[in-house]
Design a protein around this ligand. Structure first.
Ligand code: ARG
Ligand code: ZN
Length: 850
């Protein structure tokens, strides 16, 4: 419900809670519309606090009774919680509340998903379960008793006694309430075992619905790999006798790291070759690792308050990216991460939703689970590691775990372990946490007297609430190549701290070619006027795989921009020739070659035009990109069969990086082939496919070739029983629809009997795909904006979190022409004026409209 005046919470207002919690005992008597939750909590005055107001959060709870030290009390209850006079000494609080999990469509707190009970408490969902100080700096030991006829009853920690219709759990590790979890359902376990390096035997279970048992093996392998990796690389062991993972079909996010009981969106854990693409397998491996790694970076050491969210998320994303790089290919992972950063974080940081990695205020914390907090937060840690070096990073992390185990910490604590380890002053580096916006880094080159000089200038444009920006610490990795292609200066880290700064390289007999920002060593927009010749040279010779790819990217952007400004032009032939040479180099990883075949997305082109001061025209961008793809396919037609041959996998299916790389290359080749053979090859691949990667790449190629009707019908008939596969079926039809059709296709699919709009995965598969069809979404008449706004209005009444998140589809409205801006503002205005709009969506719309 809409608060009269939405409350803004500020970082600067932090004060500790007036009480500590010694232990928590919870009893759940589960029933769909009348679950009873009894809590017994031992409180004591907190010597570190001055304010002793006894306020417990609680929302949408029916208080049945409350007592202090056994005597009934009548607290003062508001929609946000309760207050009550309490003794000035340790006391036992007891309360019984009633809640209705079946009516909980927000999927926050205790809710039901197809007959099963589950919880999502991060960030502030526990207050919808019972009255409690629902803040991460209150850590306590929990014991839980669940009463229900359902066969599987789970909570955090280690299992205790069980009987017919009940089970008890005890978690010995103090934790904040956001890590609480409960699951009850008719579930099947895929079980395994892991022995930690100090000899603790851990029972591992992946719990799924009957019928999904065959989709568990990959997630289990990923879990064991993660447990071993965290021991090997960070020296972190698991600390309970069981580790449970549960797959849930209705879930707002990817997954949740509840202590000993991770809960996953089924799309982020269930996998089989027939139903999951290679990208799904990789994503699942990464999310399993991410949630597992939270056991130390998040659970054992947690956040003092939600402003510190990046303390656990940035670090854990950084750790899971290290894990993926170690298991797969580091350059391929890095390029994928940068593509993702530019697609999601840069537009966020350069638009009305821009906020620092550590925000300083919020109305609804769920709106700050963003690409900035997560992915830019991880980039900041990558920079820190680059600056201090690998050894110092390892020692700082050891100190972090030793010093802060069991605590709720801040970014100041985090940076201090680095300062104490290295003696470095990180005051300026800390701006990465407080200053929003993407820094622009421009560079000028000069060469005289055998000395090559790079002069950098940094500048961060203003962002909402931050007009003035100070220079940041930028680690700039640079290598220099001789005109013959040899590397004369290997990768060197330049540490830029000023607004303008020069770095010289003496004793160079010939003017070198610079490879700047290798490995994307800082999350900036590099403004460099490298010539076409230089980029072609780097594409051919750079020893840094990231910058080799980046050079091709720059050529792609330039070529597409030229085609846009002169529609009579075709793609840059010299670049395509050079690219083909690289693509045909069998010594290169096929996954890397597949990345080189990717073009910048239409949305990225729009962003680049906007940055260059030009208003992007979505239809023209689409036309240029299509023309480019078509021309390339025709130009390379004769080479495609040989490339397809190289991409062929003869061995039985395995989702490993080597096979996945080949299939990625094969998929890119097939997409080109379909443009010249009317879909013949794709149709053959579709019919023969024995794995989802092959089937889906064939299907999308057929959609682009306009020849997908039969395949779509066959796909639906084959997979209508499988929700996760059907999400793909819905999604690809919209994402790959010709722009003028995207709205109609979306309308038609939202009328399909299997369009269950209350399921976040299905809602995103359709409306999220519409927002990703750049030219389709930005149709000049505004029909897509209206359609999305209609659905967001409808969803907001049921699920504010997912609605608010999907409002980000409008975050780049300022890029476009006045007519489109007007239509997007009107759509947002309609949302804003909706009576009873949620706090989540209200905050997002207000920030978007500025
Ligand atoms: N901590 C989870 C993760 O990143 C995300 C949970 C966020 N959920 C939410 N409703 N905001 O692994
Ligand atoms: Zn996380």
């Amino acid at each position: 419900m809409k608060d009269a005046a939405p409350q803004t919470i500020y970082l600067k207002d932090y004060t500790p809670f007036g009480f500590t919690v010694e232990k928590v005992e919870l009893t759940f008597r589960l029933a769909p519309t009348a679950t009873r939750v009894t809590s017994r909590i031992r409180f004591a005055p907190n010597p570190a606090a001055t304010d002793r107001t006894f306020f417990l959060h609680g929302e949408e709870l029916k208080l049945i009774r409350a007592a202090i030290d056994g005597a009934e009390v009548t607290p003062d209850v508001t929609p946000q919680g309760l207050t009550c006079p309490v003794p000035d000494a340790p006391f036992d609080w007891e309360a019984e509340v009633e809640i209705a999990p079946e009516d909980n469509t927000a999927l926050e707190g205790l809710y039901m998903s197809r007959g099963m009970y589950c919880t999502q408490c991060e960030a502030e969902g526990f207050r919808k379960i019972t009255y409690y100080p629902d803040r991460p700096d209150v850590m306590a030991v929990f014991s839980v008793r669940i009463e229900s006829d359902l066969p599987v009853l789970l909570s955090n920690g280690n299992p205790g006694d069980t009987g017919a219709g009940w089970a008890e759990w005890h978690d010995p590790w103090p934790k904040p309430a956001y890590l609480f979890a409960l699951v009850a359902g008719d579930l099947r376990a895929h079980s395994d075992r892991f022995t930690t390096r100090s000899g603790r035997a851990v029972d591992l279970n992946l719990w799924v619905r009957p019928g999904d048992e065959g989709k568990c093996a990959w997630g289990m392998e990923a879990l064991k790999k993660s447990m071993r990796w965290d021991e090997d690389v960070y020296g972190r062991e698991y600390d309970l006798d069981v580790f449970n993972i549960v797959a849930v079909d209705d879930f707002n996010m990817g997954a949740m790291e509840n202590k000993g009981l991770n809960i996953f969106n089924s799309s982020a854990v269930l996998a089989s070759p027939e139903t999951s693409t290679d990208a799904n397998f990789e994503r699942i491996e990464a999310i399993i690792a991410h949630e597992y790694f939270h056991n130390w970076t998040g659970n054992r050491i947690t956040c003092r308050d939600w402003f510190q969210l990046c303390l656990k998320e940035g670090l854990t994303v950084f750790r899971d990216s290290q894990f993926t790089s170690d298991l797969r290919s580091a350059p391929v992972k890095r390029i994928g991460d940068v593509i993702d950063l530019r697609a999601r974080q840069f537009p966020e940081d350069q638009g009305p939703l821009s906020h620092p990695v550590r925000p300083e205020s919020f109305q609804e914390i769920n709106n700050f689970y963003t690409a900035t907090v997560y992915e830019k937060g991880a980039e900041v840690i990558g920079m820190l590691k680059r600056l201090v070096g690998d050894d110092a990073y390892a020692r700082a992390l050891d100190l972090y775990f030793e010093r802060h185990d069991g605590q709720a910490c801040t970014i100041e604590d985090w940076l201090r372990v680095f300062e104490d380890t290295t003696g470095r002053d990180l005051a300026q580096f800390k701006r990465w946490y407080s200053q929003a916006g993407t820094p622009r880094l421009s560079v000028e080159e000069s060469y005289a007297d055998a000395t090559y000089t790079l002069t950098f200038r940094q500048h961060t444009p203003p962002t909402p609430g931050q007009d003035e920006k100070l220079p940041q610490v930028l680690p700039i990795a640079v290598g220099l190549l001789n005109p013959n292609g040899d590397e004369v200066v290997p990768t060197t880290l330049l540490e830029m701290t000023e607004a303008e700064q020069s770095f010289s390289f003496p004793n160079l007999p010939a003017r070198p070619v610079a490879s700047i920002l290798r490995g994307f060593s800082a999350p900036v927009v590099l403004e460099r006027d490298a010539s076409r010749e230089e980029n072609l040279f780097l594409l051919a010779h750079d020893t840094d795989p990231f910058n080799r790819w980046e050079a091709s990217r720059a050529l792609a952007v330039a070529s597409l921009m030229n085609m846009l400004s002169d529609p009579a032009r075709g793609p840059d032939g010299a670049w395509l020739d050079a690219l083909l040479d690289v693509i045909r180099d069998s010594a290169l990883d096929p996954a890397y070659r597949a990345l080189l075949l990717g073009l910048p997305s239409e949305s990225e082109l729009a962003q680049r035009l906007y940055e260059a001061g030009t208003t992007p025209d979505p239809e023209a961008i689409h036309a240029a990109a299509e023309k480019h793809r078509q021309a390339r396919a025709e130009l390379w037609q004769a080479q495609l069969p040989a490339l397809a041959e190289e991409a062929r996998v003869d061995a039985p299916f395995s989702p490993d990086a080597a096979q996945a790389g080949k299939r990625a290359l094969g998929g890119a080749v097939l997409a080109m082939q379909s443009r010249v053979d009317g879909g013949k090859a794709a149709s053959a691949q579709f019919d023969a496919a024995d794995n989802m990667t092959a089937q889906l790449s064939a299907l999308t190629s057929l959609i682009t070739a306009g020849a997908a009707d039969d395949a779509l019908a066959a796909f639906e008939a084959q997979w209508r029983h499988d929700r996760l596969v059907m999400d793909k079926w819905f999604g690809v039809q919209i994402a790959f629809a010709p722009p003028h059709d995207a709205v109609d296709v979306t309308r038609r699919l939202t009328e399909h009997p299997d369009f269950d709009w209350k399921n976040p995965n299905r809602f995103r598969a359709c409306l999220g795909a519409l927002a990703m069809n750049h030219a389709g979404f930005h149709r000049a008449d505004g029909a897509a904006y209206d359609l999305l706004a209609d659905w967001l209005i409808r969803l907001d009444a049921k699920n504010p979190q997912t609605t608010a998140r999907m409002c980000t589809a409008f975050q780049s409205w300022k890029r476009y022409d006045a007519a489109r801006q007007e239509k997007m503002r009107a759509a947002l205005g309609r949302l804003r004026d909706q009576p009873g709009l949620s706090r989540d969506t209200s905050e997002m719309v207000a920030r978007l409209l500025g």
